[in-house]
Design a protein around this ligand. Structure first.
Ligand code: AMP
Length: 213
């Protein structure tokens, strides 16, 4: 099963993607995580990506398309995958479709997790990420057992630069302008599925698993 997660930054698509990945035993491929790992390792790609990410802008298509096309060609993707944060522009979606078509494959579902902007701004300001392993929490909706300490690895939590309110507003503008057109794109392709992302996390997941049946 090849799945794309759509939705604004902070809509919860990463959380849902992780749960889909665990349930269906397919890799969770998050371009944001790939960039953050590169930033942490100090790679050239990381250095280039960081300037865009910190400004709430998208990393240029040419830095992301090959990365994903190569990743989905790996053996562990033979039974499918869930893409989280890619594609984010129409050119990225077209490039992915073309690369897949060469091997006669197609995306099965594009799942749009819908959440209004005002809920997003509320959610993002409470989001915290581990400096070490990148795990994400929410001070109200998904708190850690010990305040400001990662449940997974015990390191400190921070408000990511790209989750700061001014950056979130910019990211939402970018989302509406560049990523939202993908909803029509996948609707026209007949693979769009929409879920109400304002519901409780497990209810959203229940709706998604129903759709995937
Ligand atoms: P995310 O964790 O998916 O919200 O991604 C964090 C940031 O990484 C985004 O705000 C972009 O700057 C960058 N990014 C992630 N995926 C993409 C993509 N497919 N195209 C362009 N930029 C991306």
């Amino acid at each position: 099963m090849k799945i794309i997660m759509l939705g604004a930054p902070g809509a919860g698509k990463g959380t849902q993607a992780k749960m889909i990945s665990d349930k269906y035993n397919i890799p969770h491929i998050s371009t944001g995580d790939i960039f953050r790992a590169n930033i942490k390792e100090g790679t050239e790609l990381g250095k280039k990506a960081k300037t865009y990410m910190d400004a709430g802008a998208l990393v240029p298509d040419e830095l992301v398309v090959d990365l994903v096309v190569d990743r989905v060609a790996k053996d562990d993707c033979a039974n499918g995958y869930v893409l989280d944060g890619f594609p984010r522009t129409i050119p990225q979606a077209k490039a992915l479709d073309e690369a897949l078509a060469k091997n006669g494959v197609k995306i099965d579902f594009a799942i749009d997790v819908e959440v209004p902007d005002e809920n997003i701004i509320n959610r993002m300001s409470g989001r915290r990420a581990c400096v070490e392993c990148g795990a994400t929490y929410h001070i109200k909706y998904a708190p850690t057992k010990v305040e400001n300490v990662c449940d997974r690895c015990g390191n400190e939590l921070i408000l990511r630069d790209d989750d700061k309110p001014e950056t979130v507003k910019k990211r939402l503008d970018v989302y509406h302008e560049q990523t939202q057109p993908l909803i029509d794109y996948y609707n026209e392709a007949g693979i769009l599925a929409e879920v109400d992302g304002t519901k409780d996390m497990m209810d959203v997941f229940g709706d998604i698993t129903e759709l995937l049946k």
